[in-house]
Design a binder for this molecule. Structure first.
Ligand SMILES: N[C@@H](CCC(=O)N[C@@H](CS)C(=O)NCC(=O)O)C(=O)O
Length: 229
């Protein structure tokens, strides 16, 4: 059985949604950031970067969301997590969108939401956030354009990229990003969240938050996310 190391509200939600979409039983292991569990030797033995997610597969442990998503899509073709095509250029274009999320947008989310991870000088944080917001306005424009053209990010069918874009949007708007500038992404977020796999992942996160709360380890976001789980 596969096992996902995760923390609620993190990008692990994307892989968790993919696993829910596949529909096979899987295990989860909660990593409590507030207790520093992601820096402990036992977790660093799983993911030396000290980040979530990590995924135990029958082939070994995988890290990096994009690697997990492509692995799951290829090993569970029936779940149609990504469009199936034999054309190398079409496959490369799909990977380009995964990299857009993981390499372009996710680091901007970190800068917008948690400038303290970029600079130890807290007086830098507002400047980091402002610069990230400016860059996001430009970097989200192609995402907005795509979602204004089609119901789902890669066209007529849901793909796991929709879960990725939705998580990015959740993190940004949950932290005060200017949502009205991107009506198509906002509307897409509601659609993506309605997906049963997304709801199942949110329910797992809600249970994890209860567990963290009971241990006094629940990180409360500064802004209301608007999402009721
Ligand atoms: N490139 C990694 C990024 C993973 C990542 O940044 N995870 C965040 C949560 S969204 C994390 O674990 N942060 C804790 C830390 O860096 O200390 C991926 O795509 O999986």
């Amino acid at each position: 059985m596969m096992k996902l190391w995760f923390a609620p509200n993190t990008c692990a939600r994307v892989t968790m949604t993919a696993l829910e979409e596949i529909g096979e039983e899987f295990q989860t292991s909660l990593v409590a950031f507030m207790a520093g569990e992601h820096r402990r030797p036992d977790y660093l033995a799983i993911n030396p970067s000290g980040k979530v997610p990590a995924l135990e597969t029958p082939h070994g442990v995988l890290v990096q969301t994009g690697a997990m998503l492509t692995y799951l899509a290829e090993t569970h073709a029936g779940a149609q997590l990504l469009p199936a095509t034999d054309d190398p250029f079409e496959r490369a274009k799909i990977r380009a969108e995964i990299f857009r999320c993981s390499s372009d947008l996710h680091p901007l989310v970190t800068r917008f939401v948690m400038g303290v991870m970029i600079s130890t000088d807290t007086s830098d944080v507002p400047r980091i956030r402002a610069k990230a917001a400016e860059t996001l306005m430009q970097q989200l424009a192609p995402v907005e354009a795509q979602l204004a053209r089609s119901e789902w990010y890669l066209g007529d069918r849901w793909s796991v990229l929709d879960a990725y874009v939705a998580w990015i949007w959740f993190r940004l708007t949950g932290n005060g990003f200017d949502a009205p500038a991107f009506p198509a992404i906002s509307a897409h977020y509601a659609r993506a969240l309605a997906r049963p796999s997304a709801q199942a992942a949110l329910a797992r996160e809600a249970a994890a938050e209860k567990e963290l709360e009971a241990r006094g380890l629940l990180f409360r976001p500064q802004f209301d996310t608007g999402v009721r789980q």
